[in-house]
Design a protein around this ligand. Structure first.
Ligand code: GLA
Length: 589
């Protein structure tokens, strides 16, 4: 059996050093899992670690999805077939630069839930129901039942968040009651307050860091003399925010940090060994200040992470540097890296068909979601939508002279229309002035098209609402709102009446076709476009934004077929020319 002692781990009585790499099944298409897992083996790893994002699997309370990209059972089978042990970090909260840290958006809408990530009874009731469905998927894969899952995590870096250790004990008991009998563990930063808030007596404690392993393990030892040294997240790269620079970490520096752990005899989980992609609208966000939740920083679509196995599954200089460190620990020669799939030739695709969003809002197609009326603007959660756009509208009674409009609780970006004319685009936290609006006649129509850019996944702002909370004209609250939700992300805008968009304000859908000789990987660039979403054959690749640093979107080969492939772009702000470029290399900034 798998056992833990102060000296380290052992399996069936033989010492086992965990050389693990994080790889999230939900950030890579299932057809590509074997390829990515092979790359981990070729780097010299013997274990793979994954989170489980609750919000992907339970899109509505009691409705579950374990298919395709969400097929955790198939992924765990694939990890065993690849000859790897597995570590599972199963939620409820995962952080992970993932929408809302993995917590479902509908928790934010449930008025019974007073707080998440603590022993709030209504929150725990949702967690228990989720665990009823999830734990039976994981349990058969445990090493105690002939599988390859060695350990399961309790919550995630709880010490960074709170002090309700009873909550952690509750989760541990809830997993045990549902058949999880491998060791449970926690992972936290190597600081006193993280470790006192995040660890649970009787369960292994591990630490997360990017460098200075010796100090980190010494701090862990001080708190937990009986626990072996394991870094559960060795940050060998990092993620990017829209509008910031692209983060890279020197491969030699990262390999030296890895060697320091290896020399200390420690076990390690490389975060990320392969990052993958935040497809659809799954990218999370940070706030500059995790304590106050101030200054919103949304994450880009790529989760390449500057990891040793890149977004496309290719090996990098960091891969080779890590392999050099790890191969000394291998029993025999390491396998060669897997061959790479074909790449699309570089080219251009004209998106010659188009239709204006505002022309289809009232049309007979599926975008015409019902108008919801309410005295005050409803949040996305109250409207029952996870992500996308909501067109809020109301009338300002007149006559009155010009007063400034102001919006409170904007999340995250609003196009402001006055009597149908675009008067500005305002972002959350920006100091840009809101337009002044005068009303000459009996009334003037104000509309706000609000976009959600991903819910915060770290700190006190987790569980935030999208939309707007209050709109004022001078000091006066504006009442009697209508809302038109346009959910985006998981699913294509199908059945649009394609033609040539009429002139006028608001976002525009564009469509064109890419001819491919065979399913192949590619990168899409959108030079001259501003901000929006891209779908390939109905699958949402994610968001793009001229602000960068990311300039190309990765197109995984399983999305394409030989022949004609549909590309749809929803451009929110306008583009110079409706042409996308196919490139043969990524540009992450
Ligand atoms: C923390 C979290 C991870 C991830 C990393 C940063 O360690 O536990 O989920 O957010 O930070 O990539």
């Amino acid at each position: 059996m798998f056992q833990i002692s102060p000296e380290g781990f052992s399996l069936e009585g033989r010492p086992l050093r965990l050389l693990s790499g994080a790889l999230h099944y939900f950030r890579t298409l299932p057809e590509q899992w074997p390829h990515r897992l092979h790359q981990l083996r070729a780097m010299g790893l013997n274990t793979v670690e994954t989170y489980v994002p609750w919000n992907l699997h339970e899109p509505r309370p009691g409705t579950y999805d374990f298919e395709g990209l969400a097929d955790l059972d198939a992924f765990l089978h694939a990890t065993a077939e690849a000859g790897l042990h597995a570590i599972v970090r199963p939620s409820p909260y995962i952080c992970a630069e993932w929408e809302n840290g993995g917590l479902p958006w509908w928790l934010n809408a449930d008025r019974e839930v007073r707080a998440v990530r603590c022993q709030d009874p209504a929150y725990l009731a949702h967690v228990e129901r989720w665990y009823d469905r999830l734990m039976p998927v994981i349990a058969p894969h445990q090493v105690t039942r002939g599988g390859n899952v060695l350990m399961v995590q309790i919550e995630n870096e709880y010490g960074s968040y709170g002090t309700d250790t009873g909550y952690l004990e509750h989760l541990a008991a809830a997993m045990t009651a549902r058949g999880i009998d491998v060791p449970l563990f926690t992972s936290d930063g190597p600081e006193d307050f993280f470790l006192t808030g995040g660890t649970v007596p009787g369960h292994l404690a591990t630490v997360n860091f990017g460098s200075r392993a010796t100090e980190a393990f010494a701090e862990l030892k001080r708190f937990r003399p009986q626990d072996p040294a394991m870094c559960m997240e060795f940050w060998c790269g990092w993620f990017d925010h829209w509008g910031d620079g692209h983060t890279v970490r020197d491969p030699k520096d990262a390999a030296a940090a890895l060697a320091e752990m290896v020399d200390a005899g420690a076990s390690v989980n490389i975060y990320m060994a392969h990052g993958g992609t935040n497809f659809g609208t799954w990218a999370g966000a940070n706030t500059k200040n995790p304590a106050t939740g101030e200054v919103y920083l949304p994450d880009v679509t790529s989760y390449d992470y500057d990891a040793p196995v890149d977004e496309r599954g290719g090996t990098t200089e960091k891969f080779r540097a890590f392999r050099e460190v790890l191969e000394q620990l291998a029993d025999g020669p390491l396998p060669d890296p897997a061959p790479m799939p074909a790449l699309l030739p570089a080219g251009r695709v004209e998106l010659s068909e188009s239709v204006r969003l505002f022309d289809v809002l009232d049309g007979p197609d599926h975008l015409a979601t019902p108008t919801v009326a309410s005295p005050v603007p409803l949040t996305f959660e109250e409207l029952g939508i996870e992500h996308g756009l909501v067109l809020y509208g109301t009338d300002i009674p007149g006559p009155r002279k010009a007063y400034p409009l102001s919006v409170q609780g904007l999340a995250d970006r609003a196009h402001v229309f006055v009597d149908g004319e675009l008067r500005g685009v305002i972002e959350r936290d920006s100091d840009d002035p809101w337009p002044e609006i005068a009303v000459d006649g009996a009334r003037t129509r104000v509309e706000l098209l609000v976009e959600s850019m991903g819910r915060v996944n770290y700190g006190t702002a987790v569980g935030e609402h999208k939309g707007v909370s209050r709109v004022l004209h001078t000091q006066q609250m504006l009442h009697n709102w209508t809302a038109r939700p346009v959910p985006l992300g998981n699913g294509t805008p199908e059945g649009l009446p394609w033609g040539t968009a009429t002139a006028g304000p608001g976002p525009v859908f564009h469509r064109g076709f890419l001819d491919a000789g065979e399913p192949a990987d590619g990168y899409l660039a959108l030079p001259g476009w501003t901000k929006g979403y891209v779908w390939v054959n109905g699958f949402c690749l994610g968001r793009y934004w001229e602000r960068g640093p990311q300039r190309t979107l990765y197109v995984p080969w399983p999305l394409l077929r030989a022949g004609r492939n549909e590309i749809v772009v929803l451009e929110l702000d306008g583009c110079a020319e409706p042409v996308v470029e196919v490139r043969d290399s990524p540009d992450l900034g």
